[in-house]
Ligand binder design. Structure first.
Ligand code: DAH
Length: 340
């Protein structure tokens, strides 16, 4: 019996088919109800037990050979038929768009990172799940500050000391706690606030925090750094203006506007006819914050700034609805930088 099985194995290996019908014929010949394998299994029942082990191995080998042969034939004929049926021009250059596009928020984050890396800033990151100290207390937020309110912050129910960070300023604290000055770093990341989702607000968004600590750092350096950033990001004719503001962790604090990148400052819908659009908050790091993080505020001073990546992306690309960033509609996403 073994020699006849071996003959079949050879026969299978030499089988060939021109089309699907040919393949089906081979399948029926070997694997069909009245096919060769079933016939051999019937014979197998009648041979002495002592021969069963060895014969079984050959039988299995034949079965595998048939299955492999069918697969190989299917693959070769399948692709030939596909090629013949298709009216595609196979000599056409590849369409790179099929490879996907980088998300606009990633494009802008990378640009921000590149601009600051170019002037010596390192990149740092911190955890998205934060404690009260790093998100609020060390940053000089008074115990009863409204930003700690349940409505703004996602707290963990079982432990009110733990929350999703509401801003990347928490990373400042972590960096200052573990790095002796001078410090020059930016921290991009995701932040969370308990906001109703609308065209202008989302409960998840992205920020980039900047921090510079050294001896004798002045407000003039902050202003010049931000002017440099604004011109790299929005073009060399961009103007900036700083308006006095308040943040618990900076003193003095300011908000920065850039001359409207759409109308150039003459007034349009985007800038509500003021010629200016707000892009970030900034200020000199409050001495209390330095001390909270173990830095001697008599020796060192510094500045910090924080910007929303969504806001800058919306201005750059004139995107009117924040929700588009999170919907993953490829008609929206494909309009930006594509991978090559
Ligand atoms: N953390 C602030 C926010 O989320 C932004 C900010 C303002 C960061 C001023 C700073 C700063 O570092 O100096 O609104």
């Amino acid at each position: 019996m073994i020699s006849s099985i071996q003959r079949y194995i050879n026969e299978v290996n030499n089988e060939n088919a021109l089309d699907q019908n040919g393949i089906e014929e081979i399948r029926i010949k070997y694997l069909g109800k009245k096919g060769i394998l079933n016939e051999l299994f019937e014979q197998f029942k009648t041979i002495p037990n002592s021969e069963k082990k060895e014969t079984g191995v050959y039988l299995n080998e034949l079965k595998t050979a048939v299955q492999n042969k069918l697969l190989i034939l299917k693959e070769s004929i399948g692709s030939d038929e596909l090629n013949l049926a298709s009216d595609k021009d196979l000599t056409q250059p590849v369409d790179f768009n099929l490879n996907g596009a980088r998300h606009p928020l990633s494009i802008v984050r990378n640009q921000i990172v590149q601009i600051f890396q170019g002037i010596g800033y390192s990149i740092s990151e911190g955890p998205e799940i934060e404690d009260d100290w790093h998100n609020f207390s060390a940053l000089n937020f008074p115990q009863d500050h409204p930003a700690r309110d349940m409505q703004d912050t996602f707290f963990i129910e079982k432990n009110p000391d733990i929350a999703l960070r509401t801003h990347t300023s928490s990373v400042q604290v972590r960096i200052m706690e573990k790095t002796p000055p001078p410090i020059r770093t930016i921290s991009p990341g995701r932040v969370f606030r308990n906001e109703a989702i609308s065209a202008r607000a989302h409960c998840i968004f992205h920020q980039v925090e900047g921090l510079y600590i050294d001896k004798n750092v002045s407000f003039a350096e902050l202003k010049q750094t931000l002017l440099y950033f604004a011109r790299e990001m929005f073009g060399e004719h961009t103007q900036i203006r700083l308006r006095p503001s308040y943040f618990p962790f900076t003193e003095p604090s300011a908000e920065m506007d850039i001359s409207c990148n759409i109308c150039g400052g003459s007034g349009c819908n985007i800038c509500k006819h003021t010629g200016w659009v707000e892009i970030l908050g900034c200020g000199m790091v409050d001495p209390n914050v330095l001390e909270n993080c173990g830095i001697d505020s008599k020796q060192y001073s510094g500045f910090a700034f924080g910007m929303g990546i969504e806001r800058i992306t919306m201005l750059k690309y004139q995107i009117k609805d924040l929700r588009l960033f999170f919907e993953n509609d490829i008609r929206f996403l494909q309009q930006f930088e594509t991978f090559i």
